[in-house]
Design a protein around this ligand. Structure first.
Ligand SMILES: [Zn+2]
Ligand SMILES: [Zn+2]
Length: 89
């Protein structure tokens, strides 16, 4: 079971949203500088810490295989309860 909760997601390293460009040779000095702005993910891709997407739901994103923003989570548990009419008194 995966929890539906907001997590800050980032664009993929080397994508259009990443100002640093593609990953350099891992044995070069440039990689160390590059690595300071990026981090690996369990999905084995690097993400750009300078290019946040915003809060996403990892459970939904896994289900749809693309970043699903927290706003569009199908199972939000922290959403405000629907406004119910006050019983008349
Ligand atoms: Zn970057
Ligand atoms: Zn969700």
């Amino acid at each position: 079971m995966t929890d539906h909760k907001p997590e800050t997601w980032f664009h993929e390293a080397g994508s259009d949203h990443c100002p640093h460009g593609a990953e350099p040779d891992r044995h070069s000095d440039a990689w160390n500088t590059w690595a300071e702005h990026h981090t690996g993910t369990p999905q084995d891709i690097f993400i750009c810490l300078d290019a946040p997407i915003g809060p996403c739901c990892s459970a939904c994103s896994e289900e749809f295989d693309e970043p699903i923003s927290w706003e569009h989570c199908t199972q939000r548990t922290t959403a405000a309860p629907a406004v119910t009419e006050e019983p008349g008194r």
